[in-house]
Design a protein around this ligand. Structure first.
Ligand SMILES: [Zn+2]
Ligand SMILES: [Zn+2]
Length: 240
């Protein structure tokens, strides 16, 4: 299955394109065929994710983020999480310059007149340690050089497919044909940031997800990792 580019707006919509909380939006919903549900029930027909650059982060009173989507629109992310371990996972990453990723978000109007998304479940949110642009570049590079699929790899720097290539010892995904190319990749092609981001199992899962089929639920964070098969390298990373 080909990896989905983050620039695909059907799966990575802007805030303005999200469905509202009490609205049947045919771009996101389909009539349910589940006989155990009341007639007229609807279900999600695909996965979708909202990405935003964090531009304001608050943990005082109620944890709250202000983020900016790729079209430049600001939105609020208000967290109403019951489980303390979700906050323990997220709060250290509440930083300007990081990216917030929301799973199946619905647009909400807050009482103070602001617009955004209410998050009630920890597996609906994660934060990546880079900007949205860097995440897009990482996604583009992953697709271009076959990092997450069983295809011939190409050098991250020069783009050539050589007989012998060395795998990056950090992420174990990027390949380089020479020491020179590796240095260039690290310094000039952004791999220093990429390597760090790729250690998060959620980013790899996000890239590999089949967005077209809602199927089984999908979420972020350790609760969801339990339902997935992680590679030995990912498990090792998490045990650190
Ligand atoms: Zn090379
Ligand atoms: Zn790496």
């Amino acid at each position: 299955m080909p990896l989905q580019p983050i620039t695909n707006r059907a799966y990575f919509p802007s805030f303005a394109d999200l469905p509202g909380e009490h609205q049947y939006d045919a771009r996101y919903y389909i009539d349910s065929t589940d006989p155990s549900l009341p007639p007229g029930s609807a279900t999600y027909k695909k996965h979708w994710i909202l990405l935003g650059d964090i531009i304001e982060a608050n943990t005082f009173l109620r944890p709250r983020l202000v983020a900016r989507d790729r079209r430049g629109h600001m939105f609020v992310v208000a967290l109403y999480l019951d489980e303390p371990e979700d906050m323990t996972r997220l709060v250290p990453h509440f930083k300007v310059g990081n990216t917030v990723a929301l799973m199946h978000p619905l647009a909400h109007s807050f009482l103070d007149g602001s617009h955004g998304v209410r998050i009630e479940d920890g597996d609906e949110i994660t934060i990546f340690p880079c900007k949205v642009d860097e995440l897009i570049k990482l996604n583009t590079d992953s697709i271009k050089h076959n990092w997450l699929v069983e295809e011939p790899k190409t050098c991250h720097s020069c783009g050539e497919a050589k007989q012998t290539m060395e795998r990056c010892g950090g992420c174990k995904l990027a390949y380089y044909c020479s020491k020179d190319c590796q240095v260039k990749g690290w310094k000039d092609k952004g791999h220093k940031t990429q390597c760090k981001v790729l250690k998060d199992p959620d980013v790899k899962y996000l890239f590999q997800l089949d967005f077209r089929n809602y199927g089984k639920g999908f979420g972020f964070g350790p609760k969801s990792w339990k339902g997935r098969t992680l590679s030995p390298e990912e498990l090792q990373e998490l045990e650190r």
